[in-house]
Ligand binder design. Sequence first.
Ligand code: F3S
Length: 401
Amino acid sequence: MELTKKEELMLGGSEGVGVQKAMEILVALGEIYGAERMVEIKSAQVAGVSYRNLGDAGLEFLEEWASQGAKARVLATLNPAGMDLCEWRDLGFSEGFAVKQLRVIDAYKRMGVDATCTCTPYLAGNLPCFGDHLAWSESSAVSYANSVIGARTNREGGPSALAAAIVGRTPMYGLHLEENRRAGFIIDVECRLESVSDFGALGYIVGKIIGNSIPFFKGIKKANLDQLKSLGAAMAASGAVALYHMEGITPEAQRKDVILDDAERIIINNLNKGFDALDSDVDVIDFVAIGCPHASLEEIEQVAKLLDGRVVKATLWVTTSSKVKDLAKKRGILKRIEASGAHIVADTCMVVAPIEELGFRNMATNAGKAAFYAPAHSKTNVRFGSLKKCIDAAVTGRWQE
Ligand code: F3S
């Protein structure tokens, strides 16, 4: 890989051991993937934040890097942590877990990373523009940035995204290159899509079939941003889709050569396979989780409307970033949600928090990605359905067929 003079110096240690380590990681990555050079990035989004996933080895790795004086030189935000960084006590997290989690956050802060912990950084101040090069880690955010915004990022691991933040560059390969952004599948959608959960079910089905390829969707007449983020999250979970195009909706779909000549065609005329795979048959619900990917203000408002005048029986979390939670507070939405006994939970989510330690067994969600991961990660049974069904389940403690 060809390096500039400045990059050579960083690799040689002229800016300290922490920067040198970052360059070593990126050069190794670039060589593995055949990158010819580095490209400057606008921002980074770093995964590897929840202490539940990192453990002591991950915590020590971060603390050591921070002690080597490395500092982010572009805007860098974090993926969800294992708990709400402010209200962890009230939500039932243990002191032992919290102490370790806060050390993780502190290590990132010492490296100049903004401790906004969210998988929807684009709703919380880390909003790229069309064509920007990025180094983002979280799969649903990568999908959103590439597909809905038209920015360019590979799906980075936590260390490579942090390394990219520290040197302000990433190796130029994969989805940074125009020629790798063409669709290998045409997905003809012949059924109606209405709710976020419908888009999640579609994403599950398509991801399962196409793996890490790029789909071009036809037949979807309209989709709002919450539906698009749900679709991308589910495709990245059941497959490893990092970019999709949607006719008339996503920005690169209008490129003339966006579909490969030998693209395969798939027809989807119902969503049964998605709902069947993600849903179980439990009846009693003790935990309802909305906000995967992290909820937008509009989604939180919808939850508030469905809850007005009602009281929840099951624990209900609406997960989001601290910034969106602050907005909900300013607009009086937080108060309405809390009046029902539900919580807006910041900085974490139902998959990266230690849910099993909090004692939840049967979870309801409207998110395809959460429904996909929760049984294995959180050891919970899952009911998967529309937002209305989930809120009804929170109020009654039962899932209504
Ligand atoms: Fe975000 Fe957690 Fe879902 S990180 S995409 S809310 S599994």
